[in-house]
Ligand binder design. Sequence first.
Ligand code: FAD
Length: 175
Amino acid sequence: QRERQDEQSVGGSKPKMPKGVVLGPDGKPCRSCTSFASWAAMSKGETSNTTMSKPPATAIAAAEPPSDCPPDVDRLGNHTWTFLHTLTANYPTNPTPTQQSDTRSFISLFGKMYPCWSCADDFRSWKAENAPRVSSREEFGRWMCEAHNAVNVKLGKDEFDCGKWEERWRTGWKD
Ligand code: FAD
């Protein structure tokens, strides 16, 4: 991915960044933008001029952040998708004009404020080509599913069958 850095040096005296570590706008590693595995690799090789805390060795082996540590890009994403799809599952079937307008505003602000800045950049680009469809629960649920699929494709994951979004996030699976 373009935003994930290959081996690099950030400034002359700072440590080399392993592949996958995403830098924030301040030039420092962005924890919310980086997988735990990459963060752990960076921490293992860190030198004394960094201020980042090291995860425990057991957590590094599991490649998953301890549950009481700040989220990596994957945990943040997983929990955020749970919120976003649940939002669509609870959206009215016939929203008022105000509800539709509030929802567009929320999506717009979400795209500006999502803590993984590189994810947010790509989300805004995708949204620019795919305006939010908020005229009904079904429309909004499908739109969110398509937004999620765009990320799945970017990450090389399988696409989800958007015909099943409601079973996954609202009604539960049909037998
Ligand atoms: P997730 O992708 O988090 O999915 C959780 C569950 O949702 C799945 O188990 C499945 O049951 C269901 N699901 C999957 N696809 C769909 C769908 N299309 N519609 C409905 N339900 C579905 N990570 C990066 O590394 N780089 C990025 O640029 C990036 N951008 C992101 C942008 C946004 C707006 C968000 C919210 C997250 C982003 N992420 C990004 C995180 C990424 O999407 C995943 O959340 C993360 O990789 C963890 O994946 P996961 O396997 O837990 O499943």
